[in-house]
Design a protein around this ligand. Structure first.
Ligand code: PRP
Length: 222
């Protein structure tokens, strides 16, 4: 049974999330959804989709002029301005880090440990070593799944407490419930996703979804 999500909620949710509409995304996402996809291919595919998300999510980063000398002449190029933080939510967010570092090799990586309590579906924080001062200028939270939104909200609040001004979330799949939760509690967040799925089932799992991303990335299904 697919959960019902009203048109109204879906419209509001969709208005604040940037969804990657692209044949490559549609194809790779289907590989992830397929329960027959083995761990090694699932991990590779999360990596590919993360790179596509990274391309889109970094499009607004500020730049400054950077004069260089080519082998032929002088010219003025660009470099990124400010400190950039990549913030994977453990565990599943780790699967997105390498792709982000491919395109942002100068970025810092700050880990946040959060898991979702199986009974309550509320996030439980178990690792946070963010310093008290000197925040990065832009932070990219990485988590393949935005379900109830509790984990992403906790990560946002930790970064906000650190003093980060610009916070973006990269998720492979999101649902209207989680997007609505972030809209209500994290008004400054920018959400990028490969797809917005139908909704959550009675166990708070994303439908149609792709299963538990952390378990599928790290082969801990058993
Ligand atoms: C999953 C997922 C998100 C969270 C999403 O993590 O990777 O972190 O649940 O759910 P929410 O939006 O309702 O908070 P999980 O708790 O399975 O931990 P794991 O990454 O260690 O597997």
């Amino acid at each position: 049974m697919q959960p019902e999500v009203s048109h109204e909620i879906r419209e509001v949710a969709m208005s604040s999330v940037k969804v990657l509409e692209h044949p490559l995304v549609a194809y790779h996402l289907t590989v992830l959804r397929n329960r027959e996809t083995p761990t090694w291919e699932f991990r590779q595919t999360v990596n590919r989709l993360s790179m596509l998300l990274a391309y889109e999510a970094t499009s607004g980063l500020p730049t400054v002029d950077w004069p260089v000398e080519t082998p032929i002449t002088r010219t003025v190029g660009k470099r990124l301005q400010g400190r950039i933080g990549i913030v994977p939510i453990l565990r599943a967010g780790l699967g997105m880090v390498d792709a982000m570092l491919q395109v942002l090799p100068m970025a810092e990586v700050w880990h946040l440990g959060l898991y979702r309590d199986e009974e309550t579906a509320r996030p439980v924080s178990y690792y946070n070593k963010l310093p008290e001062r000197n925040p990065v200028d832009v932070a990219f939270i990485l988590d393949p799944m935005l379900a109830t939104g509790g984990s992403a909200q906790a990560a946002y609040q930790a970064l906000e407490h650190w003093g980060v001004k610009t916070i973006k979330l990269l998720s492979v799949i999101a649902v209207p419930e989680g997007i609505g939760q972030l809209q209500a509690n994290c008004p400054q967040i920018e959400i990028h996703a490969c797809a917005v799925d139908q909704g959550l089932n009675e166990h708070k799992f994303i439908v149609p979804g792709l299963g538990d991303a952390g378990d599928r990335i790290f082969n801990t299904l058993h």
